[in-house]
Design a protein around this ligand. Structure first.
Ligand code: SAM
Length: 287
């Protein structure tokens, strides 16, 4: 089967179809992520080391432990291992041009008209931080000294504690920073003695990284003017996506911008958004 990740030196425990369906239900019910049968090999491979470490003899025993763990720590560890965290700096680059050239100027004009200074941006499903730092660097580059006059902040959330701890550190190998324009590297990154790069404090201090499940029934946030929620809905089914879009709509100020992944285009007819350019939407001013 494709996707199996072996653990060298260990006999792999087999994940039966029934056990896989039980794990898939647990993941779907708690995190909205749909795991189809072709992911059975991947799940089996990714969980081998956990079963080995816990000295478990079967996936059924493992499932029993996850269900009985009231702390939620095992469930959290499970989603860390299952979720796909692929990301990169300046991924889907046209979005950052749109942010700088259209969304930000529009939001700032509205703030000025309303005599406000609070610029609020949310990067939902931020993975290991590359997307959040790209947003923050783009905003700071665009606004220059004007940034200091605003009460600006970026909230960056993900379900996986593992990727969030990488995001907080803001350290990336030289191979990861290749997508960052040279003038951004010069302004916002610091080379480390081992050849990796760290995002400078002035940028890191502006971002609040938090664990947050997009399946939560309520989003307890003051509305944002800009939300990035990219490349996570691909893991959800149509109903879950639609419900999430409604909550995101609620979390945006009228006229606010929503950025989705390029393969996550929504039919604006079925949602209360205006489609501006591919995968960029706006909450109607009057809605
Ligand atoms: C493929 S990454 C996308 C990262 C980034 N947004 C980008 O476009 O490069 C998907 C992220 O969604 C997160 N995720 C999956 N289900 C989630 C949920 N229910 N709530 C919050 N984050 C979730 C995963 O942990 C993962 O880091």
């Amino acid at each position: 089967m494709e996707d199996v990740e072996e653990n060298p030196g260990m006999g792999n425990l087999r994940l039966s179809a029934v056990e896989f369906r039980a794990i898939a239900s647990l993941i779907y019910d708690n995190f909205g992520i749909c795991l189809t049968e072709e992911k059975r090999g991947l799940v089996m491979g990714r969980l081998q080391s956990t079963l080995y470490r816990r000295q478990l003899r079967s996936f059924s025993e493992y499932l029993e432990q996850v269900r009985q763990d009231r702390s939620g720590a095992m469930l959290s560890e499970l989603v860390n291992q299952i979720s796909t965290n692929h990301t990169s700096f300046f991924r889907e680059q046209s979005h950052f041009q749109f942010l700088q050239q259209k969304a930000l100027p529009d939001v700032l004009t509205r703030l000025q008209q309303q005599r406000r200074r609070d610029l609020r941006i949310w990067c939902a499903a931020c993975s290991s931080g590359e997307e959040a730092y790209t947003i923050q660097m783009s905003v700071m580059k665009s606004l220059g000294l004007q940034y200091q006059s605003l009460d600006a902040g970026l909230l960056a959330t993900d379900i996986s504690a593992k990727v969030l701890s990488q995001a907080v550190q803001g350290i990336y190998g030289a191979d990861r920073v290749g997508d960052i324009p040279a003038n951004y590297v010069q302004s916002f990154l610091k080379e480390q003695p081992d050849g990796s790069y760290q995002i400078i404090d002035r940028v890191r201090d502006e971002i609040m990284f938090r664990r947050f499940n997009l399946m939560n029934a309520a989003f307890p946030f003051k509305p944002f003017q800009i939300i990035f929620c990219r490349n996570v809905m691909i893991y959800f089914d149509a109903t879950t996506r639609l419900n999430l879009l409604k909550r995101l709509h609620h979390c945006l100020e009228p006229g606010g911008y929503l950025f989705l992944g390029h393969s996550e285009a929504i039919n604006p007819g079925t949602t209360p958004f205006i489609n501006l350019v591919p995968a960029v939407y706006q909450r109607r001013l009057e809605s």
